[in-house]
Design a protein around this ligand. Structure first.
Ligand code: BES
Ligand code: ZN
Ligand code: ZN
Length: 485
């Protein structure tokens, strides 16, 4: 998509569709003649997400005007604009419109709004139908140009470019996440990461099975041994030209390309959805692309353990004891609690590589779906300062998060007779005991764990987003790095 800025004057702007905000209680005056009767009849109220399409409005050069209900002026913020601009783009894209403009009026024209408009329109245009072969699919209708109507300035151009970077990174992450599990094997995921890294000047190393055996990554390898597909550990690295901090931020993403549950096999119903079990990995890869392009002052490593969890004849069994890279032994009570097993070896390795701060994202537990529903990701932390930075970043990215406990009591649930720790802690507090398992391997390093099992995928399209992968928590990963303190 081509992006540009044009001045705030919209009347003379030629485009296929011009999106104008209509606030509740303060009707626009520049469209009075065109919409007076509709206002009188109550059709145009300015309520959030109300869309009215006008053709050939007098006084405007745009072929269409889309009046976008923005709700109460005093409540309108960057998050509201993100949703509204995205929903408007989806309305227009469905009509085959190619060249659109969004007018940001005074008060809503700060750089953060410009970035939000650009990123949300780019993300709104993504569709999950890459494998459909009909020419008229949703994904073949594209908005080709977006003009944001605000005063052009260097700062505003930078904000627009940042929006493009964020939107493209999110869509890269979604392109990877939506791939079916027969195409996106662990090795294929590694190839996608390498291609991203090469295109963006990042270094990328991929540890293969032999190397992981030499290193002693027994927890990760145990999960992978039931599959014919070899596992991989991907390490991408961004090094700032002029570091502004001694910190090395490690972003770790669960990359289970398909989770059958292994020998503790999942029910057939909806099992196909478990191709999404690499959404944490996809978010890390997308975030590394955006970080490479935005160039923050902090060093960042993206670490992705990737495996397929299958019940093959070599599969690990419930009752197996594996030795993790940390040296701690784990009794595998349930082979379906595989995410935490691959994460802990990746985290131990990230610490060995010098990461001073860690954030992992994982579609980790069904329990988080029960606890928080689909609107918020669960956040667990061992460090208040990093938690503060993470929650502040999430507020800016618009990705909603809720802090949940990972106190010592949850570690008690993982006590084991035969090994140092068990990989499951029972149904009660399942998201917290999963976090407590990871915490055991993190040690004193400041760490955040984000359970995205309920937020990584939309089972039904929203007005502002297609069905399928959401990219969460890519936006917060990137904000954390760019706002690093
Ligand atoms: N990938 C799943 C998490 C999941 C489960 C997401 C259900 C969405 C719906 C994870 O690997 C898993 O299977 N977790 C188990 C853990 C349990 C065996 C302790 C779960 O949550 O059921
Ligand atoms: Zn599982
Ligand atoms: Zn899983």
């Amino acid at each position: 998509m081509k992006l540009k800025l044009a001045g705030p004057a919209t009347a003379g702007l030629e485009c296929d569709a011009l999106v104008l905000l209509e606030f509740e209680g303060t009707p626009r005056t520049d469209l009075a003649a065109a919409v007076a009767t509709f206002r009188d009849s109550g059709e145009i109220t300015g309520k959030p997400m109300e869309f009215t399409l006008l053709h050939g409005a007098v006084g405007f050069q745009a072929s269409r005007i889309l009046l976008a209900g923005a709700g109460k002026r005093e409540k309108f913020d960057v998050a509201s604009l993100r949703k509204l601009a995205a929903a408007a783009a989806r309305v227009l894209k469905a009509k085959g419109v190619k060249n659109i403009a969004v007018a940001l009026e005074s008060g809503f024209d700060a750089p953060a709004f410009i970035t939000a408009a650009a990123e949300s329109v780019i993300e709104a245009c993504w569709e999950p139908d890459a494998y459909k072969t009909n020419a008229d699919k949703d994904g073949s209708r594209r908005i080709e140009q977006l003009t944001v109507c605000v005063a052009p300035s260097a700062a505003n151009e930078t904000a627009l470019a940042a929006g493009q970077i964020m939107g493209d990174a999110a869509n890269l992450s979604r392109d990877i996440a939506v791939e079916p599990p027969n195409k996106l094997t662990p090795m294929n995921l590694a190839a996608r990461a390498q291609a991203m890294a090469a295109a963006n000047g990042l270094s990328c190393e991929v540890l293969d099975q032999d190397r992981m055996r030499q290193l002693g990554m027994g927890a990760l390898l145990g999960v992978s041994q039931g599959s014919a597909e070899p596992p991989a550990l991907i390490i991408m690295e961004y090094k700032p030209a002029k570091p502004t901090s001694d910190a090395v931020l490690g972003l770790v993403g669960k990359g289970v390309t398909f989770d059958t549950g292994g020998i503790s096999i999942k029910p057939a119903d909806s099992m196909e959805k478990m191709k999404y079990d690499m959404c944490g990995a996809a978010a890390v890869i997308g975030a590394m692309q955006a970080i490479a392009q935005l160039k923050p002052g902090v060093r960042v490593m993206g670490v992705v353990p990737t495996v397929e969890n299958m019940p093959g004849s070599k599969a690990q069994r419930p009752g197996d004891i594996v030795t993790s890279l940390s040296g701690k032994t784990i009794e595998v009570i349930n082979t379906d609690a595989e995410g935490r097993l691959i994460l802990v070896d990746a985290i131990t390795y990230a610490k060995q590589l010098g990461c001073t701060h860690l954030v992992d994202a994982a579609t980790l537990t069904g329990a988080i779906v029960v606890a928080l529903g689909h609107s918020m990701s669960g956040v667990f932390a061992n460090d208040d300062a990093l938690l503060g930075q993470w929650m502040a970043a999430s507020k800016e990215s618009g990705e909603k998060m809720w802090h949940l406990p990972v106190d010592d009591e949850y570690r008690e649930l993982l006590k084991n007779t035969y090994a140092d720790i068990a990989n499951v802690g029972g149904r009660a507090g399942g998201a917290s005991s999963a976090a407590a398992f990871i915490r055991e391997f993190v040690g004193e390093t400041p760490w955040i764990h984000v359970d995205i099992a309920a937020t990584a995928w939309l089972d039904d399209a929203k007005p502002y987003m297609a069905k399928g992968p959401t990219g969460v928590p890519l936006g917060t990963f990137v904000k954390l790095a760019t706002d690093w303190k």
